[in-house]
Write a protein that binds this ligand. Structure first.
Ligand SMILES: *Cc1c(COP(=O)(O)O)cnc(C)c1O
Length: 204
């Protein structure tokens, strides 16, 4: 299991210190923030994941600064990334974001449609499907949290077992944040995304 440091609103100095301390995997919610901080981090080896929604007009900037887009929730945005990346090695790592809580305010594809989207994304050239991401329900109810995370694991297992083109590497489960990491880990998280637990409370 790996820790992703959620660095939104953190200054570059704090991010640099965290990377040097061994946090080689960071995540930002906005492409603009990645592009702004990226030039000041190039001397420190690290991976940078996009963990917020990708707008189609930000695809080029994302391709420049991101090593993995965790938030694919439509075939349309995956096709845009694929069209820009195809022919340029290496393939871009992507994950399908699933709205496991089915809260209407949350991003992600509905669980019932997730396996089909994943199969389509996995088959696109220029992309490598690495797994699945979710933001858990807004609750401290451990049963609800565990059900949401178990459902993401079930989707992952179904897609990998399908053995469809490009699905063999779709093993990652990016789930769990500072408030519920124990539940996510118990359900098989391979990446937990921590902000406040590492950096303290965010200003604003
Ligand atoms: C901010 C954020 C996190 C980290 O949240 P904390 O509660 O601060 O740990 C994880 N995932 C996403 C998508 C986020 O936006």
């Amino acid at each position: 299991m790996r820790l992703l440091l959620a660095t939104k609103s953190q200054p570059v100095a704090a991010i640099r210190a965290a990377i040097v301390a061994g946090g080689g995997l960071i995540g930002e919610n906005r492409v603009q923030e990645l592009a702004a901080k990226g030039p000041e981090l190039t001397d420190l080896p690290h991976e940078a994941h996009l963990i917020g929604p990708l707008q189609s007009n930000k695809v080029n900037a994302a391709l420049r600064w991101v090593t993995c887009v965790e938030t694919i929730d439509s075939l349309r945005i995956a096709e845009r990334l694929s069209a820009r990346r195809v022919g340029l090695a290496p393939a871009l790592d992507v994950m399908v974001q699933v709205n496991t809580s089915e809260e209407p305010t949350k991003s992600g594809i509905a669980p019932a449609a997730a396996a089909e989207l994943a199969a389509q994304v996995a088959a696109l050239p220029g992309l490598r499907l690495r797994g699945f991401m979710t933001v858990g329900p807004n609750t401290h109810d451990a049963d609800r949290l565990r059900r949401a995370y178990a459902s993401l694991r079930g989707i992952r297992d179904q897609v990998v077992a399908s053995a469809g083109p490009g699905t063999a590497d779709a093993v990652e489960l990016s789930m769990g944040m500072s408030g519920d990491l124990e539940d996510a880990i118990a359900e098989g998280a391979t990446i937990v995304r921590l902000g406040t637990a590492v950096f303290g409370a965010r200003a604003g």
